[in-house]
Design a binder for this molecule. Structure first.
Ligand code: SF4
Ligand code: SF4
Length: 436
């Protein structure tokens, strides 16, 4: 694609990078067929190619984002299916990221949108605030109809049962308990693996971290837990300063671990976070101090199933005999291109793995998308749930907390994290979602 940026504009490294990306696009349109918003809406401007044109026009003309452009950019799930499909290697991820930052800097959203986005950015990355918000949400549920519509949607995160709400406040974090018991006596030559405990997942599903720690220990690793958000949530909201601040804190924690006793790998249990952390080299590319350590960290980041596959797990101790529909999160298949390890680990652990039709299409979770674009997210969810029911499996396994919360539905099989099933087969607890 021809571009007409000026020399002056190209002095800005972000613009220069976007220009490189834009030039690779040959307008072929292959990407439209696998774009969920184009599939739903049939509008070229809600396809990758259409958005690329809009972004090009906005950046080339140094123009503030308009309401119309923002609408099409906001509707993008950042699912990255278009990157999997594109034959020309267009790095749409970095382009849409740049566009979101440009929107954030140049466009004034209506007050209610600003309020909800500010609330999400101020709460979700911080587990203690998120827990408190869940408790407040549970108390406010009876008055949900009195809240502004957009704020009322936030209650979708709140567990529906009292038991679920109580589980948000464990007397002691279960993952810490497990970590202590498994990391006390590592073998002398064990690989040392840090597991990121994250933000939303640590509140809504702490059992995932606990299962990951147990499995890594069974695989012979010395495990350390590193707390803190990776920045992905605020990144998708276009808040680049907050993203860098949060990522810098996590980077410092991981570096302290690596410099102390060394780290062979950094395992992530939420694939959305894994995609983001694997891109830290790009995020800090212009930072003279952090560019090298960030790239070094990113090179060691892996999805939990990648490292378990590499280390090898013992034989299962029980054979649950269940069929599992594997839902590959977009961040897993398109963001990280991790396809084989989760399926193979589940098969080796004795589960019968089934594929879900239209597996390349997003379920509508996409970070905070289901809160900010609820109508489209709901249509994608229903479409996905229909295919899940057709698969006829006993349980759905996936590797991303967003998909787990998005796909839970009374009329469908339970949805659990892949490591919960693996852990169960290897002697850990039966996933509680199987009994609810
Ligand atoms: S990231 Fe997903 S929703 Fe956005 S343009 Fe690409 S395929 Fe479409
Ligand atoms: S498939 Fe790639 S090259 Fe073709 S229109 Fe889409 S982004 Fe451009």
């Amino acid at each position: 694609m021809q571009t007409k940026f000026t020399e002056k504009q190209l002095e800005n490294p972000d613009v220069a990078e976007s220009e490189r990306i834009l030039r690779k696009c040959v307008h072929c349109g292959f990407c439209t067929a696998t774009c969920p918003t184009y599939v739903l809406l049939g509008d070229e401007l809600d396809s990758p190619r259409g958005r690329i044109y809009l972004i090009k026009d906005m950046l080339e003309n140094d123009r503030p984002a308009t309401a119309d452009v923002v609408q099409h950019i906001d509707r993008c799930l950042s699912c990255l299916a278009c990157m999997t499909t594109c034959p020309s290697g267009v790095h749409y991820q970095h382009l849409i990221d740049h566009a979101r930052v440009h929107v954030e800097r140049t466009y004034s959203r209506p007050w209610d949108e600003r309020a909800i986005r500010a609330l999400l950015a101020a709460v979700l990355p911080y587990p203690s605030r998120f827990r408190l918000a869940m408790r407040l949400g549970a108390a406010m549920r009876p008055a949900a109809h009195l809240l502004p519509k957009r704020l009322g949607r936030l209650l979708a995160f709140v567990p529906s049962s009292q038991k679920g709400v109580r589980a948000l406040f464990p007397r002691r974090n279960s993952s810490e308990r497990v970590l202590t018991s498994f990391s006390s006596a590592p073998a002398p030559s064990s690989p040392r693996v840090a597991v990121l405990s994250g933000c939303v997942e640590s509140v809504l599903a702490p059992q995932v971290h606990a299962a990951a720690v147990r499995l890594l220990s069974l695989a012979g690793a010395e495990v350390v837990s590193v707390p803190g958000c990776c920045g992905a949530i605020v990144h998708h909201l276009g808040r680049e300063d907050a993203n860098r601040r949060i990522a810098r804190t996590l980077l410092a924690r991981v570096r302290a671990e690596a410099e102390g006793h060394g780290l062979d790998a950094i395992a992530v249990t939420a694939s959305g976070c894994g995609t983001h952390a694997k891109d830290y080299g790009y995020l800090f590319r212009g930072d003279a101090e952090l560019a090298a350590p960030a790239a070094a960290l990113a090179a060691r980041v892996c999805d939990i199933t990648e490292i378990l596959d590499r280390l090898g797990l013992p034989e299962p101790t029980i054979r649950p005999g269940l069929t599992v529909a594997y839902h590959s999160a977009c961040s897993m298949q398109h963001g990280q291109k991790v396809e084989r390890p989760p399926r193979e680990l589940l098969t080796r652990a004795g589960f019968v793995v089934k594929e879900i039709a239209e597996g390349h299409l997003c379920c509508g979770s996409a970070g905070t998308y289901n809160l900010l674009q609820p109508e489209l997210a709901e249509r994608l969810r229903e479409r996905k749930l229909g295919h899940i029911r057709q698969a006829g499996a006993d349980v759905v396994a996936t590797g991303n907390i967003g998909c787990i919360t998005q796909l839970r539905a009374a009329s469908s099989p339970p949805v659990v994290h892949t490591v919960e099933l693996l852990d169960w087969a290897l002697g850990g607890p039966r996933p509680s979602a199987l009994d609810s």
